[in-house]
Design a protein around this ligand. Structure first.
Ligand SMILES: [Ca+2]
Ligand SMILES: [Ca+2]
Ligand SMILES: [Ca+2]
Length: 426
């Protein structure tokens, strides 16, 4: 039973990126999901619904569907409209009175405007506000296109504030339709200043690139998506929202200034994340409270995840590694500290959805502990298939670390805590 429940999450995470792509009509024509083993493996699974095209949504009680909810086949029209617009420089502070037609939105009852209400902005007076009604499988997103960087951009930056804890996907699109993406965490009702080197965005699932690298000067579109209310298990894992929501965005830009690197090649291996930013560049699973706290000796910071009894069973994070060259690594390693005894599942997921996992037990008495997980210790999740039944490090797209909270202890307040630092491949 435990094994089956776990599998739903793993499968669903794979289709997540595909669902997000399908929700953006202008992108859908370029980034169709691949007809591969994953599609077949998903057949009959509830999670497979996440990949259903947006066009299948039934209109709500007699309401005229908002302009933002166009079926996928109108993507051509949107692309044509996009072509007629003069590209604008990707540097938006939202201090002007009105949005240009370069902006579009998806989502149920989605409206997009500039707000100048007191406190609405991260900087200056104005910010972009997307209002939407969360609805299953109907992803709220904003897109700006076409854009044309004036200088060779090095980083993507934006301020983000949502009403609730959120799982966010951001993406940029090259001229030929190739999409690169990243994930981040947004706390409730608090601005996060996201700064990501373009080199740390990874190829979106279902996308192909002739040169295998994101060309900053070819970026024609930027999008930000709230991954709320996805169908099935993945929806519960990434967050279900109710009632009208707002996503505030400010200071969105492709910048010629580099952003601090979170990943790099060190002497001892490839660093994935030191969790040293003010924004978590990962997807939270199971709506944990995320804090950045003091790290183990030798590390300034760590990421602390707090889970509560009675919440979602699997709590943790999904960290993209698809941008890294992991060739030659023999182990996944991380620094871990747990306040309560718990079982953690570590998963390596390949581009085709193959998932390899291993379990470890967290002992609170051990304090900060270096965990080293040999790659050969990861075994294929029986619910997924892989053409060669071997972890191919050059195909690993994400690392998933989750606690089984149904079998974890909690404190007197009904909460449990883990800290993660220095996630690496060695
Ligand atoms: Ca502003
Ligand atoms: Ca490229
Ligand atoms: Ca493989």
């Amino acid at each position: 039973m435990c094994q089956i429940r776990a599998s739903f999450i793993w499968i669903a995470l794979t289709v997540l990126a595909v669902a997000a792509v399908a929700a953006t009509p202008a992108i859908a024509q370029f980034a169709m999901p691949e007809e591969g083993t994953q599609q077949e493996a998903d057949e009959g699974e509830p999670a497979a619904e996440a990949a259903a095209p947006e066009g299948e949504q039934a209109p709500e009680e007699g309401e005229a569907p908002p302009a933002a909810e166009q079926p996928a086949e109108e993507g051509d029209e949107e692309a044509a409209a996009e072509e007629q617009l003069e590209p604008i420089a990707p540097n938006f502070d939202f201090e002007g009175a009105e949005l240009t037609p370069h902006w579009s939105a998806t989502g149920m009852e989605a409206t997009l405007k500039i707000s100048r209400e007191p406190g609405a902005a991260m900087a200056g007076q104005g910010a972009l506000v997307l209002s939407y009604m969360p609805a299953e499988g109907n992803l709220p997103s904003i897109t700006v296109a076409p854009i044309r960087p004036e200088v060779q951009p090095q980083s993507l930056r934006f301020g983000l504030k949502l009403d609730e804890i959120s799982s966010i996907r951001y993406a940029v699109r090259e001229e030929d339709g190739t999409e690169y993406e990243g994930y981040c965490y947004a706390p409730a009702d608090e601005w996060v200043d996201v700064r990501v080197p373009l080199s740390e965005l990874m190829l979106a699932q279902g996308s192909e690139d002739e040169n295998g690298a994101l060309d900053g000067d070819q970026i024609v579109a930027i999008s930000i998506t709230d991954l709320c209310n996805l169908p099935g298990e993945i929806g519960r894992a990434l967050g279900v929202k109710r009632g009208m929501q707002q996503m505030h965005v400010d200071n969105l830009q492709l910048s010629a200034t580099p952003a601090p690197a979170r990943s790099w090649r060190a002497a001892e291996g490839v660093v994935v994340d030191h969790f040293n930013g003010n924004a978590g560049i990962f997807l939270p699973v199971g709506a944990p409270e995320v804090d950045f706290v003091a790290g183990p000796p030798g590390d300034d910071t760590a990421c602390q995840l707090t889970y509560s009894l009675g919440g979602h069973r699997w709590v943790g994070l999904v960290r993209g590694v698809g941008h890294l060259d992991l060739t030659g690594a023999g182990e996944l390693s991380l620094m871990l500290s747990a306040d309560q005894p718990a079982r953690m599942v570590a998963v390596l997921e390949e581009w085709d959805g193959s998932k390899y996992e291993t379990n470890l037990t967290l002992n609170p008495e051990a304090g900060w502990t270096e965990i080293r997980l040999p790659i050969e210790q990861f075994i294929l999740d029986a619910a997924t298939t892989d053409e060669n039944r071997v972890v191919d490090l050059d195909q690993v797209r994400v690392v998933i670390l989750v606690i089984d909270t149904f079998n974890a202890s909690v404190d007197a307040m009904g909460e449990g805590r883990i800290k993660i630092a220095r996630l690496m491949f060695r």
